[in-house]
Ligand binder design. Structure first.
Ligand code: KG4
Ligand code: ZN
Length: 339
């Protein structure tokens, strides 16, 4: 079974082909970062227009690189939400039209289900049930994954997502967009212990998160030390340390609460090395295996959508021709594929 995956929910056009015997046989991601950089964030209309330009050429490229023909494709999976409505409509319209022309099933995939399943593309994949920490630019969630489509949200961010906080702190530090990798790099140059930032919502019970206050604390610290050239790296260090520590505290709680023995960490922020080091240590301490996607599949990509499409299309027959995208789509509304 060969599944074409199409991801266009935000500012990356991601295309991939998943084969049930060989795994991902080819994939390509085109990032629109340069287009949006001068605006300091994603401009939805520019994103949609660029997906129009890039999606079909990237599909052709992945087909050629895999050494297959378009007519070999058995099904098409596309991101149906959550995301930017125009961007989602580009990918879904192309996916639906191609599927109609090829007379194969198509299926809209939840972007966060794609992230959640992405570590399964690696050697040593986790088996369900597991605990998932989903950390991206739009979402921060702890999820009890009982099975495919059975997702209980244990906690989530009440305001900014972790990736969004990284992006906003990067802006304060004059590091540009997207901020995560730049803040990570600068943080490594900082002096440990110079500042200690709050670990939000850790001194009360529960598994929810909040990063907006930490962001303000970061800004205030920067303003108080305006004339100190070394402050940027020390602030970045303290910010990353606070975010990582917050995740360690909440993951410990969630593991103890659920008794689960595997932790999956995925989404753009899961590329962060400090976070990976901290969680891997925690896993050893608590006797829990910790799984991440391979580096290139942490941020948005078509491979995770192709794989989620494979998991669902191999269990059911796709969806009717009428389709809709869902800019907002709670993950816990998903259902297992019909049997
Ligand atoms: O999963 P993703 O590509 O898109 C969404 O679904 O939102 O995540 C993008 C987010 C951005 O906010 C970006 O700054 C963050 O992931 N990110 C990182 C790192 N790499 C990407 N945050 C911290 N450290 C990183 N190395
Ligand atoms: Zn994403």
């Amino acid at each position: 079974m060969l599944i074409l995956g199409i991801e266009t929910s935000c500012d990356e056009t991601g295309i991939a082909l998943f084969d049930d015997t060989h795994g991902i046989v080819s994939h390509a991601v085109y990032s629109q970062v340069e287009i949006h950089a001068e605006y300091g964030g994603v401009v939805p209309e520019l994103a949609s227009r660029d997906h129009v330009r890039k999606t079909l050429p990237l599909i052709k490229q992945t087909i050629v690189e895999a050494g297959v023909k378009l007519t070999d494709v058995d099904g098409i999976a596309y991101t149906a939400g959550p995301g930017l409505v125009g961007a989602l409509l580009v990918g879904s319209s192309i996916a639906r039209s191609l599927a109609f022309a090829l007379d194969v099933p198509a299926l809209g995939i939840h972007h966060m289900e794609g992230h959640l399943l992405s570590p399964m593309l690696d050697d040593n994949p986790p088996t369900m049930p597991f605990l998932a920490l989903l950390v991206s630019g739009g979402h921060t969630m702890l999820v009890n994954v009982e099975g495919l489509g059975c997702y209980e949200i244990l906690g989530e961010s009440l305001d900014d997502a972790a990736g969004e906080a990284f992006d906003k702190v990067a802006k304060m530090l004059g590091l540009g967009y997207p901020g995560g990798p730049a803040v990570e790099k600068l943080a490594k140059l900082g002096t440990p212990g110079r500042f200690r930032f709050p670990r939000p919502m850790t001194n009360r019970p529960g598994l929810d998160f909040s990063f907006s206050g930490l962001k303000t604390y970061t800004l205030n610290t920067l303003n108080e030390h305006q004339n100190d050239p070394s402050v940027a790296a020390d602030v970045a260090h303290a910010f990353v340390e606070a975010v990582v520590d917050t995740f360690l505290i909440k993951c410990t709680r969630a593991i103890k609460q659920t008794g689960l023995s595997a932790l999956v960490v995925s989404g753009g922020v899961s590329a962060n090395q400090q976070l990976r080091l901290g969680l891997s240590d925690l896993g050893k301490k608590l006797g829990v295996t910790v799984h991440y996607p391979r580096f290139e599949f942490c941020t948005d990509n078509g491979a995770m959508i192709a794989y989620a499409g494979y998991r669902r299309l191999s269990a059911s027959a796709g969806e009717p021709l009428a389709y809709k995208v869902r800019p907002r789509w709670p993950l816990n509304l998903l259902q297992p594929p019909p049997t």
